[in-house]
Design a protein. Structure first.
Length: 444
């Protein structure tokens, strides 16, 4: 590195705020976190200029060898927050032929993305890693495992299968990462996670990441972490800053027409449309296709192959609209999503933040448009409480006037599409009895 860099602080906090950007050499802000030159060079090659908040909080702590409890969702740069310290540690300790680091992650997509990040960040280190997941043949994974990887990235089910068959031993793991712990719970993998944890050595460093902390996840963290450093990035605020959010008040029966209209008339390059159910995702994508708009659905009932094909087409821009459920979409890292459209509001307010985080990634701007029908008003109010702000009502995308006769009101006769006219703030959000809240439940 050409420029002098500041060493990590004794308390582990990141000194990047004090580094002058003007005179700084490329990657200096990463070196200042304590990362070694080969990693910094790889980050510069990736075009990263400075650490994201989760990285500047986590990396010094993880490098110090402490356990870590990180509250952060995908899209915040959390993969690098755990991959970089692991790579640094493994490059400095002796290879022994066994697996030295295990990253457990809930989905094949995430596993593949983490593997791809390890390749990118570790390009100058010569460490070996293997990625294993279900839904594909086991044989190539067995063969790769036989080569003695330093690092293993795995989904829980396939990992347990391979462990039971004697292809994987975890008794020499030095660092364990549990990624997206809350999603493991959502997907019913928590029991498998406990079985994997039981096979790990007692003495190890654990980096535990979860976007939310439901009770079971907090209990699991309590159980496996020893005096962890706690780091958290508030996704709500991050989302509010970079993503333009708006809401349409619309009758349920009019949502479809509104979606078609938006997709046809707005400058939407690549849109991720969220529905609450798998059935809804299928139905909407079929309706869009019938209306002449290229769209595909992605959800847990689709085969792995179908999901990957849909994602690939979406990534390449062949299919500009992907209709997804929360679980299927969380963790998908697609650049250039110009719009997130919440066809249904999610039952869990945090999911709203996860959803809109699919756009406006890594500093890019994005738009999040939500549809809210009469029954969803309580959900909207929960979301706004979490965001600590009101979502502006859509303007400029209003459908023709004859279809939009009514101002925003909680209890009034059935309306058609309902964007805002220039109403005073107090008219925009009438107070009154809250409509019944739909049950909270599984999201996909
Ligand atoms: P993640 O939350 O780990 O899925 O990362 C989200 C996206 O941000 C990925 O496309 C990363 O390549 C990118 N990314 C991670 N860290 C940085 C950084 N410091 N600067 C710019 N982009 C980053």
């Amino acid at each position: 590195m050409a420029a002098p860099v500041e060493a990590p602080r004794a308390d582990g906090s990141a000194p990047i705020a004090t580094v002058s950007m003007a005179s700084e050499a490329p990657g200096a802000a990463f070196a200042a976190l304590g990362l070694a030159t080969p990693l910094v060079r790889a980050l510069v090659k990736e075009g990263y200029e400075r650490p994201t908040p989760i990285q500047s909080q986590s990396i010094p702590e993880a490098l110090s060898g402490r356990d870590l409890l990180g509250c952060a969702q995908t899209g915040t740069g959390k993969t690098a927050a755990f991959v970089l310290p692991i790579l640094q540690r493994l490059s400095k300790t002796q290879r022994h032929g066994g697996i030295r680091a295990l990253v457990l992650t809930p989905t094949r997509e995430l596993a593949a993305q983490i593997g791809e990040r390890i390749t990118a960040y570790g390009r100058h280190l010569g460490l070996r890693h293997v990625v294993i997941y279900g839904g594909v043949g086991q044989r190539p994974q067995e063969e790769n495992l036989a080569k003695g990887p330093d690092l293993l990235v795995a989904t829980p089910g396939r990992l347990l299968d391979l462990m039971q068959q004697g292809f994987v031993r975890l008794d020499r793991v030095e660092v364990f990462v549990l990624d997206e712990a809350d999603r493991m719970l959502d997907m019913g993998f928590i029991h498998d996670v406990r079985r994997v944890v039981a096979a790990l050595p007692k003495q190890k460093q654990t980096l535990f990441f979860s976007a939310t902390m439901p009770r079971e996840i907090a209990a699991l963290a309590d159980n496996i972490l020893v005096d962890p450093a706690r780091v958290s990035v508030t996704p709500a605020r991050a989302a509010a800053d970079t993503i333009e959010q708006s809401i349409f008040f619309v009758e349920k029966a009019d949502k479809r027409a509104l979606l078609e209209r938006l997709l046809r008339t707005s400058s939407i390059e690549r849109a991720l449309v969220f529905t609450r159910t798998k059935h809804g995702a299928n139905r909407i994508s079929e309706q869009l296709v019938r209306a002449g708009i290229e769209a595909l659905a992605i959800h847990g009932n689709k085969s792995q192959g179908a999901r990957e094909r849909a994602l690939d087409r979406f990534r390449r821009g062949v299919t500009p609209v992907l209709v997804a459920t929360d679980i299927a979409a969380r963790g998908i890292d697609v650049e250039g999503v110009s719009h997130v459209i919440n066809y249904d509001l999610p039952n869990v307010p945090e999911s709203y933040v996860h959803r809109i985080g699919r756009t406006g990634r890594a500093g890019a701007t994005g738009s999040a448009i939500s549809f809210c029908d009469r029954e969803e008003r309580a959900l909207l109010s929960d979301i706004e409480k979490l965001l600590r702000r009101r979502i502006p009502v859509a303007e400029g995308q209003a459908p023709p006037v004859e279809e939009t006769p009514a101002p925003r009101a909680a209890a009034r006769p059935a309306s058609r599409l309902e964007p805002r006219r220039a109403a005073a703030p107090e008219q925009q959000r009438p107070r009154g009895p809250r409509p019944p809240r739909p049950p909270r439940g599984r999201r996909s």
